[in-house]
Structures are given as C-alpha cells and as structure tokens.
Design a protein around this ligand. Structure first.
Ligand SMILES: NC(=O)c1ccc[n+]([C@@H]2O[C@H](COP(=O)([O-])OP(=O)(O)OC[C@H]3O[C@@H](n4cnc5c(N)ncnc54)[C@H](OP(=O)(O)O)[C@@H]3O)[C@@H](O)[C@H]2O)c1
Length: 141
C-alpha cells in the first residue's frame, strides 16, 4: 500500500451506488474498503472490485467497533468515510401516513447508524492530513 494513496471506506457497498462508487474510486488509485453486513457478499464484491472489505452492520455497535479496530490495525488512518448504507422501506408513504415502526427502523439505520459509524471512525479520520466525511441522502431523508 502506497503511503500517499487515499484510504476510503464506503459503507454498504456490495451493490448500488456504493458499489459503483467503490469501482470508480478504486480506478483512481485509492485504497478502497467496502462494508457489508454479510461476509460472503462483501468478499464476493471485494474480489470483483479488487478492494478490501470489512463486515459492518451500522445498527450494531460491536460490529462498528470491530470494523474501526480492524481498519486501525491495517491502515492506521482513514482519509474518506462515505456513509452510503441506508434503507428505504416504504417508497410511497408520505410522512403523514408512514407507520411509526417503519419510521423507527428507518431512523435507527439511516440516522443513528450513520452517527454511530461516524463517531467510531472519527479518531481514525483524525490521523489523516485532510479527512473527509461524505454523507449520502435522498428526497426521503
Ligand atoms: N437509488 C437512488 O435512487 C438514490 C437516490 C438518492 C439517494 N440515494 C442514497 O444513496 C445511498 C445508496 O443507495 P442505493 O440505492 O445504492 O441503495 P441499495 O442498493 O439499497 O444499497 C444500500 C446498501 O446499504 C446497506 N445497508 C443497509 N442496512 C445496513 C446496515 N444495517 N448496516 C450496514 N449496511 C447496511 C446494504 O448493504 P448490505 O446489505 O450488504 O449490508 C446495501 O448495500 C443511500 O444512502 C440512499 O439514500 C439513493
């Protein structure tokens, strides 16, 4: 690993926008680490992308802490954290008829999970000369 290569961690990157971002950034000479709740999915996506992976459930504090420890041991710093993981459980509901349990689950992942990851990776980001946090959102957010 080159010391001047950016180290970029993308949560939930086995498919969709996260996967595409990992592909793009990997082709631009960055060291990319993708996260997924599922080890097999992560391993398979990482082998297609030629990048690193880490098992990561952003709703599970222990999983998040383990991922941060692994990156600390392997790289010692993080230059870019891309908070991509999110769920969209009800595409069509307006806020006025959204079921409270759907809202709770959504906030647990999209809001609390994102905050949990950001807090856990902050000290690693602080080891970078120019740390960045990129949060993805949507109209639903
Ligand atoms: N698609 C759109 O039109 C659109 C538009 C605007 C914004 N966005 C935003 O772009 C981002 C990606 O969207 P997408 O459409 O590419 O989504 P997607 O294909 O549904 O992928 C979402 C990813 O989130 C991960 N994830 C879900 N719950 C998780 C958890 N508890 N812990 C860790 N990872 C979790 C999943 O990873 P695993 O299942 O592998 O763990 C999955 O790879 C989201 O933040 C979304 O809000 C999307």
């Amino acid at each position: 690993m080159c010391a001047d290569k950016k180290i970029i961690m993308i949560t939930g990157a086995t498919r969709g926008i996260g996967f595409a971002a990992a592909q793009l950034l990997g082709s631009r000479d960055a060291t990319v680490v993708i996260g997924s709740r599922d080890r097999e999915r992560a391993e398979s996506a990482a082998s297609k992308l030629g990048c690193h992976f880490v098992q990561l459930d952003i709703c599970d504090q222990r999983s998040v802490n383990s991922a941060a420890t692994l990156l600390t041991e392997r790289f010692g710093r993080l230059d870019v954290l891309v908070n991509n993981s999110a769920i969209l459980l009800d595409h069509y509901a307006s806020l006025l008829d959204l079921k409270p349990e759907v809202l709770c689950e959504t906030l647990e992942t999209n809001l609390i999970g994102t905050l949990r990851v950001t807090q856990a990776f902050l000290s690693l980001l602080q080891q970078s000369p120019s740390p960045r946090i990129i949060n993805l959102s949507s109209g639903a957010g």
